[in-house]
Design a protein around this ligand. Structure first.
Ligand SMILES: Cc1cc2nc3c(=O)[nH]c(=O)nc-3n(C[C@H](O)[C@H](O)[C@H](O)COP(=O)(O)O)c2cc1C
Length: 182
């Protein structure tokens, strides 16, 4: 098995728990699975005027999506919705009209918060958008990481055994979905 996964963190914060969670997924990936974390911090704000001559950052994003067998989307929760940084990347990946790069991609959606509710509101807003983009998210198990501050050590390594098990289980289901969609 050889699979390439493109992973996106919706937080640009240096010490982001969401990004640490993506790195934990990268670390726990099964043999033969490569996870590349895509930098979306330099994407311009979505602007249709730029579509006539796409910025290099947008072209790079398009290549990253097209070259990936599947996608990981991890989001913090902002005011009960998902991050605008991630929305911007999703929007650019869907443009120009009729050239949606996300089309048909197997996807995992991760919610992450230092608080109690696991970014449920964020994940469920995000899932609505994936329907329109014709992405295929793993439906079960859902993944919500609450109390994220307690789950990583000072170096950013995941130290919570239950979360590690959740990730391993999700990887198994994700790989099954990727293979089913091939
Ligand atoms: C604008 C804004 C709105 C927020 N709204 C929520 C929220 O609705 N729910 C929540 O659990 N945390 C909320 N938070 C707190 C974030 O969960 C927290 O800052 C978290 O660390 C952000 O994720 P990160 O660590 O990956 O950067 C909000 C933070 C910001 C900056």
């Amino acid at each position: 098995m050889s699979l390439k996964i493109a992973a996106f963190s919706g937080s640009l914060r240096k010490e982001s728990y969401t990004t640490k969670l993506v790195k934990a997924f990268q670390h726990l990936a099964p043999n033969g699975v490569t996870v590349e974390i895509i930098d979306i911090s330099q994407l311009p704000f979505i602007n249709q005027d730029l579509e006539e001559d796409l910025p290099q950052q947008v072209k790079d994003l398009h290549n990253s999506i097209q070259n990936a067998d599947a996608i990981i989307l991890a989001t913090p929760e902002y005011n009960r919705s998902y991050s605008p940084v991630l929305k911007n990347a999703l929007d650019w990946g869907s443009r120009p009209a009729g050239q949606n790069k996300w089309d048909g991609k197997a996807t995992v959606v991760l919610g992450c918060t230092p608080y109690n509710l696991g970014a449920f509101g964020a994940v469920n807003h995000l899932r609505q958008v994936l329907v329109y983009l014709n992405m295929h998210p793993v439906q079960q198990p859902e993944f919500y990481l609450a109390q994220a501050a307690d789950k990583f050590d000072e170096q950013g390594n995941l130290i919570d055994e239950q979360t590690k098990k959740m990730i391993t289980t999700l990887w198994t289901t994700f790989i099954e979905l990727i293979n089913k969609l091939k």
